[in-house]
Write a protein that binds this ligand. Structure first.
Ligand SMILES: *Cc1c(COP(=O)(O)O)cnc(C)c1O
Length: 389
């Protein structure tokens, strides 16, 4: 078995008759069938052959092999977006009338999907605070499907995955969204999770030029998710698979820089007197230091959230004053991006929900890119000065 960095570059490469060093884009909707293919279709082994691009495509198989290798998974499926992966996965395993155990510390789209969309199918949900392992494990028996983020959006809380896994039975399925940490920093499947989902739009691709998603786990489970993907139609386009493959080759070098830049910026903000509070696993006052030591040996990714003095109004002025850091939603690209949860990702949340998570007026979410850390710090410092009273 090769090391992570080598797998990023080489995993999933397919052999072509032209001995190309790269996996080409098979930009085709369909494939020529022969008698062997008809046999496979008859045996219901259609996942093994190329018949139609919604079902499968060699460029896509190539990135699926790569993410499976990086997440230490038996198998993986790609999707047209992270939400495609999350909705298809939840629809695969949830039955009407069931309850899902989760938290409100979730990506906004996932939370609305669970709260509003799944409700239509008679699916209820129970929420627990991610940082309260005791409360989570006391509740695991109430639900067959457990859903958490390995590092939460936007306040970067961790869950004790091993403790949750120990408190559940074989029949229960623990699904972890590993988007913020990436397999470079953490592999949930090696700590008791059954399924890992990703928005590949973020760090995995890393260049803010496509949307994509993954679901990884045991082959038997992935066969079921694949079937759901066929029905929902959220399959990844070959050109996105090609670009994603290229992005993932540099995942380890990019993550190394995201990790070190985010650490420097979190420490700078922690000492700044215009900042009320910093949310980051990199700082000394991080409330879940024990989990950080237990699980995060390389780093915690490139996200840093903080509350600045002067509330949301000043926050907006601060964002407008930045020059290098761009004001946009999304995260995980080479360029630094800034947004505020109140008017983007958490805009649909009630005041009560926001206060439950701990999102206060003036909360800013920074996706630290791979630029020079000094340039980013000077940009932040100047914008803090410019946006003052
Ligand atoms: C962005 C994101 C998603 C949704 O992914 P899309 O690619 O935008 O559909 C899910 N989970 C997390 C943690 C995300 O950041």
């Amino acid at each position: 078995m090769k090391n992570f960095e080598t797998k990023c570059v080489h995993s999933g490469k397919i052999k072509t008759p032209f001995r190309s060093i790269n996996t080409p884009i098979f930009q085709t909707s369909t494939f020529i069938l022969n008698d062997k293919d008809y046999e496979k279709i008859k045996e219901k082994r259609t996942r093994e052959i190329n018949i139609y691009t919604r079902y499968g495509n060699p460029t896509r198989s190539s990135v699926e092999t790569k993410i499976a290798d990086l997440e230490d998974a038996e198998d993986a499926i790609s999707f047209s977006s992270g939400m495609g992966a999350i909705s298809s996965t939840l629809f695969t395993f949830l039955e009407p009338g069931e309850t899902i155990l989760t938290t409100i510390d979730l990506y906004g789209g996932t939370y609305s999907f669970i709260k509003e969309h799944l409700k239509k199918w008679g699916i209820e949900y129970i929420t627990v605070p991610p940082e309260n392992t005791g409360e989570i494990t006391r509740n695991t028996k109430k639900s067959r499907i457990l859903y958490f983020e390995s590092l939460s959006n936007p306040l970067l809380k961790m869950v004790d995955i091993e403790k949750i896994a120990e408190s559940k039975t074989e029949e229960q399925i623990l699904i972890i969204d590993n988007t913020f940490l990436t397999p470079y920093n953490f592999n949930p499947l090696n700590h008791g999770a059954d399924i890992v989902v990703h928005s590949a739009t973020k760090y995995l691709n890393g260049h803010s030029d496509l949307t994509g998603g993954f679901c990884c786990g045991k082959k038997e489970m992935m066969d079921r998710v694949w079937n759901e993907m066929l029905n929902l139609g959220a399959s990844m386009e070959p050109i996105s698979a090609f670009l994603l493959n290229r992005g993932m080759k540099t995942l380890s070098v990019r993550m190394e820089r995201h990790n070190s830049n985010a650490k420097e910026i979190a420490e700078f903000l922690e000492d700044h007197n215009e900042i009320k509070k910093v949310f980051s696993p990199y700082i000394e006052t991080y409330p879940q230091k024990d989990l950080r030591e237990k699980y995060l040996h390389r780093g915690a990714g490139g996200m840093v959230s903080f509350v600045l003095k002067g509330g949301n109004e000043r926050g907006v002025k601060f964002m407008h004053s930045l020059e290098v850091i761009k004001e946009a939603t999304s995260l995980g690209g080479v360029e630094s991006l800034v947004s505020m949860p109140f008017n983007t990702s958490q805009r649909n949340m009630s005041k009560k929900e926001k206060s439950k998570i701990g999102i206060k007026s003036g909360t800013v979410r920074l996706s630290v890119g791979i630029e020079d850390a000094g340039d980013l710090i000077r940009d932040i410092d100047k914008a803090l000065e410019k946006s003052r009273g």
